[in-house]
Design a protein. Structure first.
Length: 130
């Protein structure tokens, strides 16, 4: 599963949350015979975009509810931690927001790193499993 997720107001967009709410209900992803998750082997790739910076060590680190929410959601459904992959580009608004102009190089390097990470991840994951 591949999700492209922008950060809106410190979390996922309302449309994604609504989709999650519509497809998730007790037992939906559980084998009725064994009680085990049907998603144990599912690979999930989340490509995030954030206008600001919320990485560890920054003043807004505690405001990051995007990846934390999605990680909690998917692991609660039974997706194994090793099958969850997050790639994030931060400071994406620095290029067009004058108030963030001093962070343009940070935004550009974050985007370049995210592109490299996605390319490396695509090369690692077998076809049809992401």
């Amino acid at each position: 599963m591949l999700l492209g997720v922008p950060m809106y107001n410190f979390t996922v967009p309302a449309a994604l949350k609504a989709w999650i709410d519509r497809i998730t209900f007790p037992g939906a992803f559980t084998d009725p015979g064994t009680g085990q998750s049907l998603l144990e082997r599912t690979k999930v790739v989340v490509v995030e975009a954030r206008g600001g910076c919320y990485r560890p060590g920054t003043p807004r680190e505690g405001f990051e509810f995007q990846a934390r929410y999605l990680r909690a959601y998917f692991t609660d459904l039974g997706v194994r931690e090793e099958n969850l992959h997050f790639v994030c580009a931060e400071m994406t608004r620095a290029a067009d927001n004058p108030a963030l102009a001093r962070f343009r190089s940070m935004g550009a390097s974050s985007l370049a790193a995210a592109r490299s990470a996605v390319t490396a991840l695509a090369a690692r994951l077998p076809d049809g499993e992401a």
